[in-house]
Design a protein around this ligand. Structure first.
Ligand code: URP
Ligand code: ZN
Length: 461
């Protein structure tokens, strides 16, 4: 299969050039001017559009089990929504049950992801330390899993103590991997939640008050310190609080390998969303919770200054019926919201078009950095000869108003409802074939499990 893209304005993280792109058998094989159209199966003229490497979302939860049932998008529906938004690779999670080995949980999770329409990998979560955990981590690395996720929150379920985190970091660091963390101090949050409950303060407005910004920042500080001690690269997921940024920035200045991710909800939404009735506010119940406008501003600045390297979504939608599990107690509301479809258009509109980031930074933070940090580069995250032909032909003029009525995520609410965007994926190519044409899914390509390599050290390369 030969596909030719004519007149492409190719945006990579570090270059912008005009050329034609030839894709053969799923790979990019030529990038030159005036490539001939003879012998080509399909040709497209990309004049007036940008061509980006496919987006990589390093933080999604498809088909996540919860007390309210599975999250609303499975790998099929979630990957479809991702594709329509210009994302062609997902990194989800493997969370074992208590007593289950990491490797058995990985085998199970791979089966659940087999219906993904795009390529995928997982971060694996040690939720306890058993005699075999060290070997299980090493076995996961052999299977191409080079990043692990620990939770400092959710102590009653999957959160672990600092002592265990340090053990995980030691093994992962020695093996050349990376530990990522949900940074919120779980014990302190639990006390606040219980105090609110005792006082009968059980509506969603108490969700953010029970997990304040300083408990995120303190956890970030501890996590970074543990990473330094264990000589293990660390990555802070979904940074939401201004106070967390100082710790990340300082560690990076000292050349410690500390990476940070944020998500669009921490740029576009604030805690005023928790004022209102249950069905208005419950869709915004997620952890970390939404913060203040000043935090949104600081997070934008950290993206511009590249203290934050990646933008994921923490995509994890639940239906309103599922959110109702917490109608009488915010602690029972399943945490999470959808966003995988909107990440690129939101970042393009309010990042690039409002001059907060350049086009190259846009590609860097939505694709290239995730590929480098999580060992997928240069297979993914760049348009160059030999890379996978996962490409987005982006119409910078297409206007849209985000709405639950038109989105493709399997969710009956949309936390970005009413926000207008300019710029959308017109065509999306995966494995060298058109899968989205004129914003419609036209081909259901099967995604593949990606065996990843170790992190590229961004501070020395
Ligand atoms: O609220 C969130 N983030 N839900 C998804 C699960 C998690 O905590 O990562
Ligand atoms: Zn998450």
């Amino acid at each position: 299969m030969k596909l030719l893209i004519k007149n492409a304005f190719i945006i990579n993280a570090d270059t912008s050039i005009e050329a034609d792109i030839l894709c053969e058998n799923g790979l990019i094989t030529k990038i030159e001017n005036n490539l001939p159209a003879e012998g080509i199966d399909e040709t497209i003229d990309a004049s007036g559009c940008y061509v980006f490497p496919g987006g990589i979302d390093p933080h999604v939860h498809m088909h996540l089990p919860s007390h309210a049932g599975y999250s609303a998008d499975d790998f099929s529906s979630g990957s479809k929504a991702a594709l329509l938004g210009g994302t062609t690779t997902l990194i989800d999670f493997v969370t074992p049950k208590k007593g289950q080995s990491l490797t058995d949980a990985l085998v199970e999770r791979k089966k659940e992801a087999a219906n993904s329409l795009i390529d995928y990998s997982f971060h694996v979560s040690p939720i306890e330390w058993r005699e075999t955990t060290e070997q299980e981590i090493k076995d996961c690395i052999k299977e191409g899993i080079t990043s692990f996720k620990i939770y400092m929150a959710y102590k009653k379920a999957i959160g672990i103590e600092n002592e265990t985190i340090s053990k995980v970091m030691k093994v992962v660091g020695e093996s050349g991997g990376l530990v990522t963390a949900h940074c919120e101090l779980g014990d302190e949050i639990e006390i606040l939640r219980e105090n609110f409950a005792k006082e009968g303060k059980l509506s969603p407005e108490f969700h953010p008050l029970s997990r304040p910004a300083n408990l995120e920042a303190e956890a970030v500080k501890e996590f970074i310190e543990m990473g330094k001690e264990a000589n293990c690269p660390v990555y802070v997921v979904h940074v939401s609080a201004k106070e967390s940024l100082n710790y990340i920035y300082k560690a990076q200045q000292q050349k410690q390998e500390v990476f940070a991710e944020t998500c669009p909800q921490y740029l576009f939404l604030d805690d005023s969303k928790y004022q209102g009735n249950f069905s208005q506010t419950a869709p915004f119940v997620m952890s970390p919770s939404l913060r203040k406008e000043a935090d949104n501003k600081a997070i934008w600045e950290a993206i511009t200054e590249e203290t934050i390297q990646t933008i994921g979504t923490d995509h994890c939608p639940f239906s309103l019926q599922q959110k109702e599990f917490g109608k009488d107690d915010f602690r029972k509301i399943p945490n999470g919201a959808g966003g995988v479809e909107h990440r690129l258009s939101l970042l393009f509109t309010y990042g690039v078009l409002e001059n907060r980031i350049t086009l190259n930074q846009f590609v860097n933070s939505t694709s290239t950095q995730a590929a480098k940090i999580f060992g997928l580069y240069p297979q993914k995250g760049v348009i160059q000869i030999g890379s996978d032909a996962d490409l987005v032909i982006w119409n910078p003029k297409k206007e849209n108003t985000i709405s639950v009525k038109t989105h493709h995520m399997n969710c009956d609410s949309d936390i970005y409802e009413g926000i207008t965007t300019k710029g959308a994926a017109k065509y999306v190519i995966t494995k060298g074939k058109f899968v989205v044409e004129k914003r419609k899914l036209v081909l259901e390509n099967r995604g593949s499990f990606l065996r990843r390599k170790n992190t590229v050290n961004l501070f020395t390369n």
